[in-house]
Design a protein around this ligand. Sequence first.
Ligand SMILES: Cc1cc2nc3c(=O)[nH]c(=O)nc-3n(C[C@H](O)[C@H](O)[C@H](O)COP(=O)(O)OP(=O)(O)OC[C@H]3O[C@@H](n4cnc5c(N)ncnc54)[C@H](O)[C@@H]3O)c2cc1C
Length: 541
Amino acid sequence: MAVSRFDTHEVLNQSPPYENVDLFASDTPLQSAVIANGAAQYAASLADFGRQWGTADMLALARRANENPPQLHTFDAKGFRRDIVEFDSAYHHFMRDSIAAGLHASTWSQSGTRAAAPAEVVRSARFYMAAQVETGHLCPITMTRAALAALAAEPALAAKIAPKVATRSYDASFRPWWEKSGMTLGMGMTEKQGGTDVRSNSTSAAPAGDSYSLVGHKWFISAPMSDAFLVLAQAPGGLTCFLMPRFCPDGSVNALRFERLKDKLGNRSNASSEVEFTGAFAWRVGEEGAGIRNILQMVQLTRLDCAVASAGLMRMALVQAVHHCRYRTVFQKRLYDQPMMRAVLTDMALEVEGAVALVFRLSRALDRAAADAREAAYARFMTPAAKYWICKIAPAFIFEAMECLGGNGYVEKSILPRLYREAPVNSIWEGSGNVMCLDVLRALKGQEEAELLAAFERDAGLEPAVFDAANESAARAFVGRLALSASAAALKATAPPALADVFVRTRLANPHGALYGADQVEVATAEMLLQRVLPESQPSS
Ligand SMILES: Cc1cc2nc3c(=O)[nH]c(=O)nc-3n(C[C@H](O)[C@H](O)[C@H](O)COP(=O)(O)OP(=O)(O)OC[C@H]3O[C@@H](n4cnc5c(N)ncnc54)[C@H](O)[C@@H]3O)c2cc1C
């Protein structure tokens, strides 16, 4: 006898999915930051991007790209070496859309020089929205755009590569880069014996005519299907930067042997590999021995992206929490109206306000650095400070948002577990927390930087903090405070004064400790903060 199916209950008291939203128009802190940092004229095109990326289809594709991680095919069926990585079509979809929007190159001209302001601010706005939806594919996107900064040390090479990078065309075919309609770039610095201390790199580079032959390994090399990689290796004159293409100039496949893909906590749509170079062809980038100096040009840009992406992850977690709490009732009251939940959401909203104000102020500094020494100084010490603070707070922040959804937040079908697993990588790679703090100490040795620092503190109504650049054990406390006072200063330009004041009171003058919701925020200010997260009559596309 067939068993009939029947419903035991009606599903009640759940929030509708957060989808088909305009990621720009619904986000007041983002809009304010874009306007305050000189990019108001791009609002309409950013809203187009926000609507495109906020659709249910994009959110579903992001889940699929992460549920079907890439696979390495070392050999084919007949035993020939292949060394190719296969991705789900959803991953290619994101690559195509991000490249079409210029996330990989819009801050450069066709010839590889910096694009005019506000190129950084506009790109950061798109990057921030994209990170809310799918972060794994942003790894090759960020490396591609940053690599051009290092390539500038070799103008003849940059002149050939930059126009191919600058196209808005994603070409995933496994062919020599010069035959393709567009190309992407990766980088390899980390070896088994050291990632922070790249001076310990053991890969060797022997001159071979106009080029070099590299023998050695890299322990982490993400986006292995990139068309070329910036790598560090020991040349006769010391640690040197190279560009290593997947195909040699004669069209043969270059000697990169991918050993395996990393089985990672998160970042699962993206492939991160281990590789051996068995006499791989490479061009030198810059002088022999100048490898670290050259690669550092790139690292400042990838570090900015880490901070922007983590702010984006926090934004998506926050908006999920606020959205859910507006629908879910507990004890005859919306969660949103329960006093303690409101205190938690308000405090989290303030944290995102600070992070967003800071990353866009920093993007503006990069826009202006070439023409303004103070902006260049700001970018030098604030890039590691922002990366340190924002990437460090993101995992705990996302967990708090997850808890706002209760059990629903812990299950895979909600986006929260993916955001949570994704967050730590932004802190670990491109210089982990302590390394960022050491970088800030180094940068603050200049007089210009020290004066800027004192100015933030005075702006926030505080006594300038005393710092000792030689005391490494105090660096975390100092850099955390620096990031907070710079956020407070940036908030003055992007948010109403009451909001900047409450940020200073709760984070600097009278810090509340590590957990959210432990402050008393005035009712009207709390309401303003929550409406800025997501207006209750939220526009949908
Ligand atoms: C998903 C993923 C993708 C990656 N992709 C790439 C890639 O494409 N290319 C690439 O080159 N690398 C890549 N990496 C590697 C990454 O950049 C390194 O893991 C990172 O730089 C840290 O190096 P390490 O792992 O060798 O750790 P270590 O250098 O051993 O550092 C360990 C810890 O010690 C701390 N530390 C180091 N020096 C000091 C000090 N002086 N004082 C106090 N503390 C210190 C660090 O902050 C860190 O917390 C990737 C990593 C991950 C997780």
